[in-house]
Design a protein around this ligand. Structure first.
Ligand code: DC
Length: 228
């Protein structure tokens, strides 16, 4: 029997670079990349499409029982996001959906539903999963746990560039305010707040480019004999 392949859990606040880093690391290791934030965004998108807000737990619970939400990892590493057969990969990237996702993610029922789905995706190992609670709640037994950080200003700058590249109009101060609001909500919620695991490797990505961060993560994987 081949041993189960390892899992890498990468967490950090918005703009820490975790999505790009996790996708590239997965690609180099030949592992599957799972963007857990995209799942929260997809749920927020589905709720909005049905006129359901985070203040309506009963209807959110009905939505969880009926929504067909899929994350389809593609060979190039991009996660195609599908809701009821519709491809919403691009639509969920707006700041508005990000904010809404953060609000829905505070609901325990939403988190329980997501965690079960994410654990199922990692069942056979060989995944690099990134998010907020991957190393603490979803995959506490992951072989490698990385916590990425950077100052709010640095993250706002990166996020501003990214939004503009995606064609969204953005004001620098507004992006910083949005990041600070999301940091606060994600770190202070009662249920599974953003925090590093006790055995996480902390990596401050300030002043590093993506390739340097990817190399550092691969080095950490190499030190633990996790190269494929
Ligand atoms: O990583 P992101 O910006 O795409 O995530 C959107 C929101 O989803 C984020 O503000 C908080 C929530 N989220 C979460 O609570 N837990 C995760 N594992 C991933 C995302």
């Amino acid at each position: 029997m081949t041993p189960r392949r390892p899992c890498l859990a990468i967490d950090g606040p918005v703009g820490s670079g975790k999505s790009t880093v996790a996708r590239l690391v997965a690609h180099r290791l030949g592992f599957t990349y799972v963007d857990s934030g995209a799942m929260y965004r997809a749920l927020a998108w589905a709720a909005r499409a049905r006129g359901i807000g985070p203040a309506d737990p009963e209807r959110v619970s009905q939505l969880l029982n009926s929504v067909d939400l899929r994350l389809e990892p593609q060979p190039d590493g991009v996660n195609r996001v599908m809701v009821s057969g519709r491809d919403i990969t691009q639509e969920i990237r707006s700041p508005e959906i990000g904010q809404l996702a953060s609000e829905f993610s505070e609901m325990p029922a939403v988190r329980e539903w997501m965690v079960a789905l994410q654990q199922d995706m990692a069942r056979d190992g060989g995944v690099v999963m990134e998010g907020r609670d991957i190393q603490t709640v979803v995959l506490p037994d992951a072989e490698i746990k990385i916590f990425l950080t950077a100052s709010a200003e640095e993250r706002a700058r990166r996020r501003w560039i990214e939004l503009r590249e995606r064609g969204f109009e953005a004001d620098c101060d507004e992006v910083l305010a949005e990041i600070q609001a999301r940091d606060h909500r994600d770190s202070n919620r009662a249920h599974s707040p953003l925090r590093p695991a006790d055995d996480a490797v902390h990596l401050d990505t300030g002043g590093m480019d993506i390739e340097q961060v990817v190399q550092r993560v691969l080095e950490i994987a190499g030190e633990r004999n996790l190269r494929p």
